[in-house]
Ligand binder design. Structure first.
Ligand code: ZN
Length: 198
């Protein structure tokens, strides 16, 4: 019976990753059945384990995906940087947990077991202008549908720049040597129509 199949799908994540998404989506009772678009929002807070005198970075990333087969676009809006231009790494991490600050998000989200900077949430380095980041990126390598959805995961903004795997040490192929976590957020489902910049 249907309920039995649903139970198996729930209990066996291994199985879920092996069946086509359309099948999973059909049987999964907690996934909205309507097709896209889907919106996600990640609202940053300064890393709560940093000490006073730290940069007070706030802002958000808004994600939109029209349907499961479509690419995700992201609008990055962050404030609180010094006026001098700086470049920052920004990555999706495997947990959306901020309990003990950004470190609770653990490592980079790595569903396909690849090396940095090929993780799906390894975004390009972002440059500040007049103390802000405003960047609209298309064709992100992430999805908000199915078992590899980024909804519920964490994002960390780093103090330094990502060396993109060219740092010459083992860490470079793990996290890009991008330094301290300045701010982080949890990617949440957003109910949002007509607010995404074109
Ligand atoms: Zn990475």
């Amino acid at each position: 019976p249907l309920s039995y199949i649903i139970q198996i799908l729930h209990l066996n994540r291994q199985l879920i990753t092996e069946i086509p998404y359309s099948v999973y989506h059909f049987f999964h009772p907690f996934t909205p059945m309507k097709s896209g678009p889907r919106y996600g929002i990640c609202s940053f807070e300064p890393n709560r384990t940093l000490t006073s005198g730290q940069l007070n970075i706030i802002g958000y990333i808004l994600f939109k995906q029209d349907e499961a087969k479509n690419k995700v676009k992201g609008f990055f809006s962050l404030d609180g940087f010094p006026k001098v231009t700086s470049v920052h790494a920004i990555h999706i991490h495997q947990f959306g947990d901020l309990t003990y600050g950004c470190k609770s998000t653990s490592k980079h989200f790595n569903p396909y077991n690849v090396k940095h900077p090929n993780h799906p949430g390894d975004f390009p380095n972002l440059e500040t202008k007049h103390g802000k980041i405003r960047e609209l990126l298309h064709n992100l390598r992430v999805t908000m549908y199915g078992p590899d959805s980024i909804l519920g995961l964490g994002i960390v903004l780093h103090e330094g720049k990502d060396d993109l795997g060219k740092g010459g040490n083992p860490e470079s192929l793990i996290h890009g040597n991008s330094g301290k976590a300045l701010a982080c957020c949890t990617i949440a489902i957003k109910n949002c129509e007509n607010v995404f910049p074109n």
